[in-house]
Ligand binder design. Structure first.
Ligand code: SAM
Length: 217
């Protein structure tokens, strides 16, 4: 997702209280940002952030950080946070970072993150771009560097080639599959408590089955 350039987006992000601007300075002490010791869950490539905000409002005892690399997309998430605040629904357990997820090991210590969500990640269909896919072995190594030893990755997509690639990458790395399905919305067990992302709503309404995997080490 890359929205066209929005004038003023950079300034709005720079002055937003919901954005952490120097994330590397918090390495090893993210809990100070949240002022508690609750677990930290992150979403990589969160887009407009609705999934993360819905999760956060259901789980006030979990801290959430959403990562998005484009200003124009992050701006939409900030606008939603502002709307929530205007309606008295603030989310003190949510912050955002504008960053390429390749830098995750620079901003978190080992074992600092409890869970990683990847939703409808860009497929990068050309083979030469495989390492840019957020479920590539290169990214799995980055997640390994920051995730608690009992932490998990949850990945959803409607893109079958990307999902099959992800199953292979998990199997060929130090990770293993805990659960997976090619049709989440018809899988009674895995669909319990499922929160739909913006892309999930769009693609499932077009009739595409949603794949999901959970991976651990
Ligand atoms: N997760 C949302 C959803 O399911 O509705 C958005 C899905 S959208 C297809 C993927 C998002 O991931 C885009 O907004 C893109 O900018 C972001 N993204 C892709 N690669 C990224 C990276 N390396 N670091 C941070 N964000 C990334």
């Amino acid at each position: 997702m890359r929205l066209r350039n929005i004038p003023g987006a950079k300034d709005a992000i720079e002055s937003s209280p919901y954005v952490i601007h120097e994330p590397a300075q918090n390495k090893g002490r993210w809990n100070e940002i949240f002022k508690n010791n609750h677990p930290i869950h992150i979403e990589v490539g969160m887009g407009k952030g609705r999934f993360l905000m819905d999760l956060a409002s259901q789980n006030p005892d979990i801290n959430y950080i959403g990562f998005e690399m484009y200003d124009s997309v992050l701006l939409r998430a900030l606008q939603k946070m502002e709307e929530r605040a205007e309606n008295g629904n603030t989310l003190p357990n949510v912050f955002f970072v504008r960053m390429d997820a390749r830098e995750l090991p620079l901003i978190f210590d080992a074992e600092e993150v409890d869970k990683i969500y990847l939703n409808f990640s860009d497929p990068w269909p050309k083979e030469r771009h495989a390492k840019r896919r957020l479920t590539s072995r290169q990214f799995l190594e980055r997640y390994d560097a920051i995730l608690k030893s009992d932490g998990v990755i949850e990945f959803k997509t409607d893109n079958r080639p990307l999902f099959d690639f992800s199953l292979e990458e998990v199997n060929e790395s130090k990770w293993h599959l805990v659960e997976w399905t090619y049709d989440l919305h018809h899988n009674e067990k895995m669909n319990v408590g499922n929160i739909m992302t913006e892309y999930e709503e769009k693609f499932s309404s077009e009739g595409n089955p949603i794949c999901k995997l959970i991976a651990a080490r």
